[in-house]
Design a protein around this ligand. Structure first.
Ligand code: MG
Length: 458
């Protein structure tokens, strides 16, 4: 996972603990980060993983050795730490988390003073310090300090409450089941929801870094227990977080699990009703559903490359107030331009309270699409050429080449063809108004790609 000249992947530094990511490396990474920040004050925190405290101590040593002062937040969700950076005006933060990866993994995310993870250009500077031995240790009398940083969870919960109509939500006495994946979501969401007047039932809410309840990726197959619990206790809503609680997946009162596109489109609809002609930022991998809602409620869609940091950076650049991803990431700019699972939960409850409708009904009113996926093997060295050739073949259609090739057709079907970042394959995502059409589209483009690859090989 950690290749020869690169530390950062799409979501920070990730690896299997004590194999790919050792305490020794973490000290050096901390020193490289400290060299990049050149002194200053950084907040450090970790998620519920067993290796969190060990790696945090190592990173803090590295930061202190290069003259950075540390505010130590302990165990907190990623969005809580990101909010604290802005609220306390620090130079940045380091978060020890592997988000949705299995328990044997951990990782290091670096956050800039705007609360957003570093840009690729900034990451390269840290990699240069790490690989070229350019780390600058400080004099013995300039070594950084460590101060505890209590209270940031409370500040974060209060901030979220200010962005929704708390009394309107409280009037409904909602019953919500929270599945926190045995991780940091349990430190914020249940308390926020009780403050909002909800009755809260929790599952997988005891902190346990082995993640005994379920895997921290909130995929439908991991959320059966949540769905069953909602029905058993007759709750109004269920919500599941990933390992660092920046993503949230919602389940309705019947136990139906919705992938992020749908709940994002719902938030988008009510946001645009209140704020017409705003920009909505979303990766090209999102469903046409998101565009349909923007068209219906006078919003403007801005498509980006896939990746949460790109969505955040684009929102900041365009001063956009709402972003979202199909994996359950909702970015609410008035609070912060990063994914925030607890903020998303408050927004969904506000919509349910103000409309007086069940989540199932609210989702039912959205346009519906069938989604089908496919893959085609492709040697790494041909990947770039294949895309070029495909883009040339579909010229004249409504396409975007911002990330892979996305084509929108006039009958409202669409296909995205994207190279995998980790395997020698191309992935295809098709959607259409029924299953047959979506399947046909995937088949057609799999054949097209196979043909292009064959021609390039010959
Ligand atoms: Mg995450």
């Amino acid at each position: 996972m950690l290749s020869s000249r690169r530390l950062f992947g799409t979501n920070g530094i990730r690896g299997v603990v004590n194999k790919e990511l050792t305490p020794e490396m973490a000290i050096k990474i901390g020193s490289a980060i400290g060299t990049f920040f050149k002194k200053g004050k950084l907040i450090v925190g970790y998620d519920a993983r067993t290796s969190g405290p060990m790696l945090a101590k190592a990173v803090i040593s590295g930061l202190n050795a290069t003259g950075c002062d540390v505010l130590f937040a302990g165990m907190v969700p990623t969005p809580t730490l990101q909010y604290a950076v802005k609220n306390h005006k620090t130079n940045g933060a380091v978060i020890i988390t592997a988000s949705h990866n299995p328990p044997e993994y951990n990782g290091i995310k670096v956050v800039w003073n705007d609360g957003i993870e570093l840009s690729r250009a900034q990451e390269i500077k840290i990699e240069d310090a790490f690989f070229d031995e350019k780390i600058r240790f400080t004099e013995w009398n300039k070594i950084g300090t460590v101060l505890e940083m209590p209270g940031i969870i409370g500040e974060y919960i209060e901030a979220i409450k200010k962005h929704v109509d708390s009394s309107e939500i409280a009037k409904k006495n909602f019953h919500v089941v929270v599945d926190a994946a045995n991780s940091v979501g349990s430190l914020t969401a249940p308390y926020l929801l009780r403050d909002l007047g909800c009755k809260v039932t929790t599952i997988n809410a005891n902190i346990d870094g082995t993640f005994p309840g379920r895997l921290p990726e909130p995929r439908p197959e991991n959320l059966r227990e949540l769905a069953t619990t909602i029905k058993a206790v007759k709750a109004n809503l269920g919500v599941a977080y990933d390992g660092d609680a920046d993503r949230s997946v919602f389940v309705d009162e019947r136990g139906e699990i919705y992938w992020g596109d749908k709940t994002f489109a719902l938030v988008e609809k009510f946001f645009l009703k209140a704020n017409p002609s705003e920009k909505i930022v979303t990766p090209v991998s999102s469903s046409t559903l998101v565009k349909d809602i923007a068209d219906a409620y006078n919003g403007e869609i801005v498509w980006t490359k896939v990746g949460s940091v790109t969505v955040s950076q684009t929102m900041k650049k365009l001063k956009a107030k709402l972003g979202g991803e199909e994996n359950g990431g909702i970015f609410y700019g008035p609070h912060q331009s990063v994914r925030d699972g607890a903020m998303a939960t408050a927004l969904i409850l506000e919509i349910m309270a103000k409309t007086g409708q069940k989540l199932s009904k609210l989702i039912e009113e959205l346009p519906r699409y069938s989604i089908e996926k496919g893959k085609v093997e492709c040697p790494e060295k041909l990947k770039a050429k294949v895309l070029e050739e495909l883009a040339a073949q579909v010229k004249g259609l409504n396409i975007s080449t911002i990330d892979g090739v996305k084509i929108w057709f006039e009958d409202k079907s669409a296909i995205l063809v994207r190279p995998s970042g980790t395997e020698p394959i191309y992935r295809l995502y098709a959607e259409a108004q029924n299953k047959e059409k979506a399947l046909k589209l995937v088949k057609k483009y799999c054949l097209k790609l196979e043909k292009i690859i064959k021609n390039l090989k010959d």
